[in-house]
Ligand binder design. Structure first.
Ligand SMILES: [Zn+2]
Length: 254
């Protein structure tokens, strides 16, 4: 079975929205004016298309996402359900699952990474878009995206170590290596290592806090995100461009 959110997950989220059960509490404090997210007001509903995999076919499923507005400055924030990654149509289990299978195996190629039980998930003809099946280059792109969540990983790690100071996670992360034939540039090596670290951090975070690092930490901004500032609330400043570059290039999370 390919990793994917299910139609039931998406319907359940839609139902929660219709019953007014989505609360803004999980969102970060407003980075502009520091208003706590619990005071955010509902701003708009936007329909979003998600791509899920049903019996090896890639199908579109729709549900609403809720946008909240900060009453202090008017900045808007999208609330993402657990199965979503900001700005991605495929769902979190699909993106992290296929990416993990590539980075966690020393021998796997991108061509092999799209295969599930000897075939790749495909698009039904009627729905046919740009590709007949899930493309190896898509996995490559997902890893680039996941490898860019450096700051989210850092914040998640701080929370995990606060929760369990004797955790061995830093030792495990420091041991990560990627076989040399998987990259041609230093930048790609960093992305692969970051992605592999993210997979581990996400698993431990899920087990510890029963929620995804994406839901909890990466909802406010696309890649080099503002979550560190949001989670540290009053203390932190938003990373500036230079710091972002450093965070990404340094790659060392522990
Ligand atoms: Zn604000």
């Amino acid at each position: 079975m390919p990793p994917t959110a299910t139609l039931a997950d998406i319907k359940a989220h839609q139902l929660k929205i219709e019953k007014g059960k989505i609360r803004p509490d999980n969102l970060p404090t407003c980075p502009r004016c520091s208003v706590e997210s619990e005071f955010f007001k509902i701003h708009a509903y936007r329909e979003r298309r998600f791509l899920i995999i049903i019996e090896m076919l890639i199908k579109a499923a729709y549900c609403s996402l809720l946008r909240f507005k900060c009453p202090g400055c008017g900045k808007t924030f999208t609330h993402y359900p657990d199965f979503a990654i900001p700005h991605k149509h495929y769902t979190r289990p699909t993106i992290t699952g296929f990416s993990a299978s590539y980075v966690e195996s020393d021998d796997m190629t991108y061509q092999q990474a799209v295969m599930v039980d000897n075939s790749a998930p495909g698009y039904p003809e009627s729905d046919s878009t740009d590709a007949p099946t899930l493309a190896p280059t898509t996995i490559h792109r997902w890893i680039t995206t996941l490898g860019g969540f450096t700051q989210t990983c850092r914040t998640a790690l701080i929370l995990l170590l606060q929760e369990n100071p004797v955790s061995s996670i830093c030792r495990n992360l420091a041991r990560m290596i990627i076989p040399q034939r998987k990259y041609k540039t230093k930048q790609r090596k960093k992305q692969l290592i970051n992605c592999r670290q993210l997979v581990i951090i996400e698993a431990v975070f899920q087990a510890t806090f029963k929620t995804s690092i994406f839901t909890k930490l990466a909802i406010a901004a696309p890649f080099a995100d503002i979550s560190f500032a949001s989670i540290n609330q009053k203390g932190g400043e938003r990373l500036d461009k230079e710091q972002e570059k450093w965070a990404i290039s340094s790659g060392a999370i522990c």
